[in-house]
Ligand binder design. Structure first.
Ligand SMILES: [Mn+2]
Length: 340
């Protein structure tokens, strides 16, 4: 059976094999593409433009009459369990056969096949899909599913984990997949609205890298590179032992978009290259607040400690964290605090 994907907008009352609901990023689309290998058919796709909407499942009911949903399949990937609980229960009540995979939490609804792993926040949805299905895939499918799992991990800022898990994958290919995973995650911050239904179609019907390198995603990647170069040309860099501090330019409204889209992937890639040291960015936001992004060992505990000094709010995870504050953050003072 051939797979056919119809976007929410294209759907007119017609018979389908089911629905696909996934987060609009490289991880959600990667997981959906892996699932489709084992569940080919005709599906309506429901996705968002980069986290703008979390309660996606309810859209299914707004688009498709119940008679076309009932007793069909649904694949639900990388979306928040809590915001979708009610709509998922409604689907179960319609006899829909649901596969649910997420790396944030389990769903625990009777009648839903949940392949999530508790406390799997450090991994990604696409790799959970890969782990679940890999034994059932042909060799060719397996190779492709690996690419998709890498894309998902990189999308979620876990390129290092991808390199560790898939150490036999050719280095050049690994680097490209990690690069595009980052682009898929950050494109929206630069104002690009990528259509993830189109991306899913491409990822599931073509070779993963061939598709990415010849699609809108590659255009966005080029623009991100230009933006990064521009931002860095206006950035002051201070190096101390074990520490690189980037003082980004003051945020005019034009540079704000620029910085949001590129400083974070830039710091992440610096950390990838040099994981032993700290990579810190200071961003003076348009609203007057300062944001400090910390990448590297113990980033979270450093963010917690230093944010207290500035009376700020901190957050993040072990190696990628930060804080924001209404107080002024001077580069030299911050460096002193980081050294304490
Ligand atoms: Mn996601």
């Amino acid at each position: 059976m051939k797979t056919q994907i119809i976007s929410q907008k294209e759907y007119t009352n017609q018979n389908i094999d089911g629905t696909l609901v996934f987060d609009g990023d490289g991880d959600g689309a990667g997981a959906a593409a892996i699932w489709l290998m084992q569940n080919p058919g005709k599906y309506v796709s429901f996705t968002n433009q980069q986290k703008s909407q979390r309660d996606l499942v309810k859209n299914v009911f707004e688009t498709i009459p119940e008679e076309y949903i009932q007793n069909k399949r649904a694949g639900v990937f990388d979306i928040a369990a809590q915001q979708n609980r009610e709509a998922l229960e409604q689907l179960v009540n319609l006899g829909v056969n649901i596969d649910f995979i997420d790396h944030h939490s389990n769903i625990s609804i009777n009648g839903i096949s949940d392949f999530s792993q508790p406390d799997s926040r450090q991994i990604s949805t696409a790799i959970l899909a890969y782990e679940h299905y890999k034994k059932k895939l042909t060799d060719e499918e397996n190779e492709k599913a690996k690419d998709l799992a890498i894309l998902g991990l990189a999308n979620d800022g876990k390129s290092r984990a991808a390199k560790k898990i898939f150490e036999n994958v050719n280095q050049e290919k690994m680097a490209k997949l990690c690069y595009y995973g980052t682009v898929l995650n950050y494109a929206a911050n630069l104002g690009h609205t990528l259509d993830f239904t189109e991306i899913l179609k491409g990822l599931s019907s073509e070779n993963v890298l061939d598709y990415l390198e010849n699609s809108k995603v590659a255009e966005v990647a080029n623009e991100m590179e230009t933006s990064t170069a521009l931002l860095l040309s206006k950035t002051r860099r201070t190096s101390k032992k074990g520490l690189e501090v980037y003082t980004f330019p003051n945020q005019s409204s034009k540079d704000k978009i620029l910085a949001n889209g590129v400083y974070s992937p830039f710091l992440n890639s610096e950390m990838e290259k040099d994981p032993e040291n700290l990579h810190v960015g200071i961003i003076h936001m348009e609203d007057g607040k300062y944001k400090v992004a910390i990448r590297g060992p113990n980033a979270l505990s450093l963010a917690e400690k230093i944010s207290k000094h500035y009376n700020g709010d901190y957050g993040g995870r072990e190696t990628a964290a930060g804080f924001s504050t209404t107080q002024t953050v001077e580069t030299s003072e911050l460096i002193a605090k980081l050294g304490e």
